[in-house]
Write a protein that binds this ligand. Structure first.
Ligand SMILES: [Zn+2]
Length: 191
């Protein structure tokens, strides 16, 4: 049985490594474009809710669907058959090279998104693609497992990682459902 080492152990002569204490430096202070006017977005939400219903789409469990939105449209995502987890991807309708960038969204906002946070596009575009305007689950907080909602940490499950971990072939994952939807409905490819 090996003796456990202190956390700061670096493997050199079994001596604990010492670090000077520094004040944390905030590298990702929010730029003005990440901070929206709450009143403006509350008004946009109100206008959308009192406007015309463009489309209602039911996504069956373990399947995926695509839909189109224009600037200013409001999309309401609701679970109507009980608790469910969902993955979402989105692209610029006119240029599918521009797509949602979860990592940068996490750095500009947080690991768990909340109302008035924005969803940013990939480089070299780096533009807000959508803004959260309401959350019926805002009071959920952090559960006993340390989990919270609306995360930009995890990725969808996929058959490639499944094989990497288990060595087994599998067909059927959130990723394969998403691919099927964009291929069949949008003429896009897995890439
Ligand atoms: Zn999954």
């Amino acid at each position: 049985m090996t003796e456990s080492k202190p956390n700061s152990w670096c493997g050199r002569h079994d001596k604990p490594r010492e670090f000077a204490k520094h004040q944390p430096i905030i590298c990702y202070d929010k730029p003005p474009s990440a901070l929206v006017s709450k009143e403006e977005y509350d008004n946009k939400r109100y206008e959308a809710l009192t406007g015309e219903l463009v489309e209602t789409l039911v996504v069956p469990k373990r399947e995926a669907r695509t839909w189109t939105m224009q600037t200013g449209d409001l999309c309401r995502i609701t679970v109507h058959e009980g608790p469910q987890v969902g993955d979402v991807n989105f692209w610029n309708l006119d240029n599918c090279q521009e797509r949602f960038y979860s990592g940068k969204t996490r750095q500009l906002h947080a690991a768990h998104l909340k109302v008035y946070d924005r969803l940013w596009s990939c480089l070299p575009y780096l533009r807000p693609m959508a803004t959260f305007v309401f959350d019926t689950l805002a009071q959920y907080g952090i559960d006993e497992d340390g989990g919270a909602l609306h995360d930009v940490i995890g990725t969808r499950c996929d058959d490639y990682t499944y094989k990497l971990i288990t060595g087994q072939e599998r067909v059927g994952s959130c990723h394969s459902s998403l691919v099927k939807a964009v291929v069949e409905e949008r003429g896009m490819t897995e890439q």
